[in-house]
Design a binder for this molecule. Structure first.
Ligand code: FAD
Length: 386
């Protein structure tokens, strides 16, 4: 109910409704489409990529799934990826590749694995004592993410999520309903509603996105609040700042260093301030009045006050990409070609969010799945039916 009130609040602020963000026009406020089973025994459950693609193929004789296995490096023989070294059940194992190795470790994991394997910025690898197989300066560079600012309110009404005795009792009731028919508060994707907006009328497509959440989100839920509440994220879809992923050391078990570079380009702070002002206006609109309690992290209303809060709390909305970016021949920072093949070596691909040259202007799961489907179809076509 509150998510529909958010759409109405946007309308109060002259933001048109959009009933299909994936339709011809993305702009406007509306309810999100979600990857959830809408009928059958799993009705109401979120559907992961594994559930949709992997589980139905588990019976195939040419598929082995090893869980809790951590890839340590790609092995090379004369410039060709020949297999993988991994840790599994406390043992280091080597697996040979009959055709090629496809890395899908995500925007942080893929550049990390490539660098551990000797594929990356030569000087950086040498500094960590890793023999250079291929000097590719683009590995780990070009990290992009939708930098995000969250505004939360306590709710006067109880039809939202709250981590207090009454809220937990409501959730318990909602869980019983969810088990019965897969519906109700327990089936929520949390970010039920949102909006795509243009920061200025002159630009050709939306550059801001809102996610409206039916609970208080503070530091990615790491800081729990006992109050019933709601939150609105607003993020930059085309940030100018760039970050990077680098090695902390040459040990595969050491996580990479991640510098998101948020707000390192001053244009992003200006843009996020403008975005936050729009979100504040929507959240103050009459349609949300029945829910509106006190704001968390209020500021003094000045630009300086808002900037200070943005600097203190702006963070990721979980869409890192671009650290093994696709690019044309002659592009020194390109890591993979148009078929996701790693440049400068044979038999190695990266297929995940890392290969996006520029971050997509929306949520990233569906585009990553789309890229994977298309590239997989190309591989199967090339190698014959699998
Ligand atoms: C909290 C959160 C909420 C999100 N919500 C949404 C949403 O609502 N909508 C949306 O569209 N997107 C959402 N996203 C973004 C979306 O999940 C990612 O964009 C998408 O999963 C990226 O796919 P990927 O294949 O590139 O990487 P991932 O899905 O991250 O897959 C990479 C996998 O590789 C594994 N891995 C990495 N290194 C190694 C290694 N060395 N050995 C073995 N395994 C390794 C990782 O553990 C991981 O399982 C969310 C992300 C997060 C974190």
């Amino acid at each position: 109910m509150i998510s529909r009130a958010f759409v109405a609040a946007a309308r109060d602020c002259r933001i048109a409704a959009c009933d299909d963000f994936n339709g011809p026009a993305q702009e406007g406020a509306g309810l999100y489409q979600v990857m959830q089973y809408f009928d059958g025994p799993r009705r109401g459950e979120r559907c992961s990529a594994a559930a949709a693609y992997l589980f139905p193929a588990l019976g195939r004789s040419n598929l082995t799934v090893m869980t809790r296995a951590v890839a340590r490096r790609v092995l090379f023989e004369q410039g060709r990826a020949s297999g993988l070294e991994l840790r599994h059940a406390g043992r280091i194992r080597r697996i040979n590749a009959a055709r090629e190795v496809i890395v899908a470790g995500g925007a942080f994991g893929s550049p990390h694995l490539l660098m551990l394997s000797g594929v990356g910025p030569g000087e950086h690898l040498a500094r960590h004592g890793i023999p250079v197989v291929c000097d590719l300066p683009g590995v780990g560079a070009n990290l992009q993410d939708h930098v995000d600012y969250t505004i939360s309110y306590r709710s006067l009404r109880r039809d939202v999520i709250g981590l207090n005795p009454r809220g937990l009792a409501r959730l318990g009731k909602a869980a019983r309903r969810w088990r019965r028919d897969g519906r109700g508060l327990f089936a929520t994707p949390y970010a039920e509603a949102g909006a795509f907006l243009r920061s200025e009328p002159g630009i050709d497509r939306p550059d801001l996105q809102m996610h409206f959440v039916v609970g208080i989100v503070d530091r990615h839920m790491r800081r729990p609040h006992v109050h019933d509440g709601y939150s609105c994220h607003v993020c930059l879809l085309r940030p100018a700042s760039r970050g990077c992923v680098t090695l902390a050391d040459a040990r595969p078990a050491t996580p990479p260093l991640i510098d998101p570079g948020f707000l390192s380009d001053p244009r992003d702070l200006d843009a996020l301030r403008g975005a936050a002002r729009i979100a504040e206006t929507v959240l103050a609109a009459p349609s949300l009045a029945p829910w509106r309690g006190a704001r968390l992290y209020p500021h003094d209303g000045s630009d300086a006050g808002l900037d200070a809060d943005i600097r203190a709390r702006a963070d990721t909305i979980y869409h890192p990409a671009g650290t093994c970016r696709m690019g044309a021949d002659g592009d020194a920072m390109a890591v993979v070609d148009a078929r996701a093949r790693v440049r400068g070596v044979e038999g190695l691909r990266v297929i995940d969010a890392a290969i996006m040259p520029r971050l997509i202007g929306g949520n990233t799961t569906a585009p990553v799945i789309m890229m994977a489907e298309k590239l997989a179809a190309g591989i199967v076509g090339q190698a014959g039916p699998a």
